[in-house]
Design a protein around this ligand. Structure first.
Ligand code: GDD
Ligand code: MG
Length: 364
């Protein structure tokens, strides 16, 4: 079965991290998010994938190429203007002729795709939507079902009143199996939301649309808080597919220059060729991208740092995310900061807690 992955959104909620990096190239444990998704598909024998792209498509093609490095075959369907989630599927239609999967490109999940395909076929469904429970459904698509799993209502971004009325917290988990004749229903050459338009049409036509409820690990990593949460969850072993072995709570990917007098409090992942100076304390979860240098006596706690950072000495950083090539001078203090690529902070600066710093900025 082929899959379409929607990777063309603007990712505004992850700005400034996504100013120059598409959401699907944002690193998770030092590899692009999308690589995790593609490997998951591959593990369920889904080996032919169309990447439905718009915004910032080139970095994705440069990294993934024809997919052979990942043991899959990749096609690219690039929109000239954003077509929305339904329009993006329509734009990929030239590659689709049989039952196919659609995945939101920002969902990290351990969903049993093989089981979902079998379920779709047993029910002879026109469309099957994976569901997952969440605490606050208002940021998602709420799906109401009959006891046999048939979908009766789909409410995108419901109000709390609507959630309470429906008495369910099951939301659209962003994985669909669709029959190819649905493609003919999606109008070409314009923006179409699959959630607000296509699914509503299928319901109105009383087409067999089923929900596949799953309690597998699931997270939409579309905000900085959830991006940090994803790392915490994976490193805590909540997603079995990618859990680190219990005796590997500190991972140094390719030893660079880690001083013997550092304190690594797990879980900690240090990318290739990093240099960690004397007296540095890393309080997990901490992930440090390849080629980074952390100078003496710095304290880094619950942070995700991308490639080629140069921080310290005596930097103190907590609950923060730094994109590629950040330079923080001596004694910088930051808490809850989200920092775009190529930001320089001169020595002795206390950053505004929770601030978001645009790429290329120099502070101080
Ligand atoms: N190619 C393309 N073109 N992709 C797009 C476009 C577009 O115009 N717009 C959005 N996407 C991609 C995004 O990159 C993302 O991977 C996916 O479609 C979903 O878009 P989001 O913007 O992340 O939507 P959401 O998170 O608010 O809501 C969606 O996902 C929830 C689950 O995470 C909906 O499908 C909800 O119903 C669902 O519950
Ligand atoms: Mg999303």
């Amino acid at each position: 079965m082929k899959a379409v992955i929607l990777v063309g959104g603007k990712a505004t909620r992850l700005l400034p991290l996504t100013r120059h990096t598409p959401k699907s190239m944002v690193p998770v444990l030092n590899i692009p998010f999308l690589e995790h998704v593609i490997r998951h598909l591959g593990s369920h024998q889904v080996k032919e994938i169309v990447l439905a792209q718009g915004h910032l498509s080139q970095p994705i093609e440069d990294y993934f190429g024809d997919g052979s490095r990942f043991d899959v075959k990749l096609h690219y369907a690039v929109e000239d203007t954003p077509r929305g989630t339904g329009g993006a599927v329509k734009n990929a239609a030239g590659h689709l002729d049989d039952t196919f999967l659609v995945l939101n490109g920002d969902v990290f999940t351990d969903l049993d795709i093989t089981g979902m395909v079998a379920f779709h076929r047993e029910r002879q469904a026109k469309a099957t939507i994976a569901l997952t429970p969440v605490e606050d459904p208002t940021a998602y698509g709420l799906v109401e079902t009959e006891t046999d799993g048939r979908v009766v209502r789909f409410l995108e971004k419901p109000s709390w009143d609507e959630v309470l009325q429906r008495k369910t917290n099951m939301i659209n988990a962003g994985t669909y199996i669709l029959e190819p004749d649905i493609l003919a229903q999606i109008p070409p050459e314009r923006e179409v939301s699959i959630e607000r338009e296509t699914f509503q049409q299928l319901l109105a036509q009383e087409e067999p649309m089923y929900a596949y409820s799953s309690s597998a690990y699931w997270l939409d990593m579309g905000t900085p808080e959830r991006y940090l949460q994803l790392h915490r969850d994976i490193l805590d072993g909540k997603c079995p597919r990618c859990a680190l072995a219990p005796d590997m709570k500190v991972v140094i990917e390719k030893p660079g220059n880690v001083h013997p007098a550092v304190r690594l409090e797990p879980p900690v992942v240090i990318g290739a060729n990093c240099s960690i100076g004397e007296g540095v304390r890393l309080v997990g979860p901490v992930v440090i991208g390849a080629g980074s240098t952390i100078l003496e006596d710095s304290l880094i706690e619950n942070c995700i740092i991308w490639r080629n950072a140069r921080l310290g000495p005596r930097v103190r950083l907590k609950d923060s995310i730094l994109a590629d090539n950040c330079r923080f001078g001596a004694d910088t203090i930051g808490e809850g900061v989200v920092v775009g690529d190529n930001v320089t902070v001169l020595s002795g600066i206390k950053l505004e807690p929770g601030s978001k710093i645009e790429p290329g900025t120099t502070i101080g």
